[in-house]
Design a protein around this ligand. Sequence first.
Ligand SMILES: Nc1ncnc2c1ncn2[C@@H]1O[C@H](COP(=O)(O)OP(=O)(O)O)[C@@H](O)[C@H]1O
Ligand SMILES: CC(C)(COP(=O)(O)O)[C@@H](O)C(=O)NCCC(=O)O
Length: 395
Amino acid sequence: MLPAESRAPMPHLAIDIGGSLIKLVYYSRNGDWLPEDNKIWSSKESLGVSNGEGNHPLSEGRLHFAKFETSKINDCIEFIRSKQLHVGGQHHEVPSKNKIIIKATGGGAFKFTDLFKEKLGIVLDKEDEMDCLVAGANFLLKAVQREAFFYMDGQKQFVQIDHKDLYPYLLVNIGSGVSMIKVDGDGKFERVSGTSVGGGTFWGLGRLLTKCQSFDELLELSHVGNNRVIDMLVGDIYGGTDYAKIGLSSTNIASSFGKAISVDKELEDYQPEDISRSLLRMISNNIGQIAYLNALRYGLKRIFFGGFFIRGHAYTMDTISVAVHYWSKGEAQAMFLRHEGFLGALGAFASYERHGFDDLTAHQLAQLCPRRESCSEGTLHSAPHCDVIKEKKTL
Ligand SMILES: Nc1ncnc2c1ncn2[C@@H]1O[C@H](COP(=O)(O)OP(=O)(O)O)[C@@H](O)[C@H]1O
Ligand SMILES: CC(C)(COP(=O)(O)O)[C@@H](O)C(=O)NCCC(=O)O
């Protein structure tokens, strides 16, 4: 820890610079320096924070979340500068002898060190990405009510987390690539698997195949597409019948994109929405399957999915849920996190405390976080003793 005199004001900002997106988490007291509604600043959310004691300087405040495409890192830097987030929102000069240190994680914390130094005069203090993902997930699961939910058939079912019965669990973070982490406690984890077929694959292949200009456009297309136009189903191979002997129904996908082998059709003969749907389904199925196999390998009952690939998107969550249900024969269920994409940034934020910055501690935040937040969707469920949905699902 740096001596107090060589420290700049408490930054209240942490940053996660991933392969695709930059995520910011920052704190404001009394809701000050809320970002204005400016489209450049991408999505913004906030978590109300109040300890109800009244006399603590941090008794009222908010955690804010913002994201930027990593390719537009200069917009992010400009955002930080305009809000003076790196100096706790203070709009006056910081003495040059004071080092401004910001907690940062993700590969970009290494890649863009010089850029942040040059443009904002700040030092990125690097925190390990896996440490931060786990710290962020543990923080959310323990401190934020109605953070985790099941998703099936268009319905969210919120999960009441029992703090004493949280571990072990499998954390599957679907970012550009996918990391699968067995979590056994605070700071106790092992990255047990991963796959390079992740969110970057969906967006990268999808962009090439559909000419979509944005991730959201690609995702929206998938709503109206029909994957059966491109995917080869069991019924396509078996003359319309099931292959019942090995438990495959005629509507199971036998081969993702398998129909595209047809010599009679070129890319332009397929509709972008069908391509998008098939791609989304292929990638989500695959991740759901690998996740379940890892849960099985380590005897884990709970699987939480995070990362911005999910994007709270109904079809993505449904596909992952169905895959986990199908492969586990109904023994396991996927759970999702409301702050899915901000695990790493939250973990980096919490690391200020671990390093002795005690002005605003993650511990305090954990106590203050929004147990009062209301959420109208779904019903409360108890994890892990949840109902397993019985009806047969088709992959
Ligand atoms: N606006 C967006 N631009 C690009 N990708 C997005 C966007 N929104 C969601 N995504 C998806 O989120 C993924 C990145 O997720 P994230 O958890 O931020 O990972 P990373 O840390 O690798 O950037 C992308 O690969 C893409 O699938
Ligand atoms: C290298 C990464 C940890 C980087 O994280 P990301 O920016 O994708 O969130 C991730 O892309 C990953 O785990 N990829 C899968 C690599 C593998 O296990 O083969």
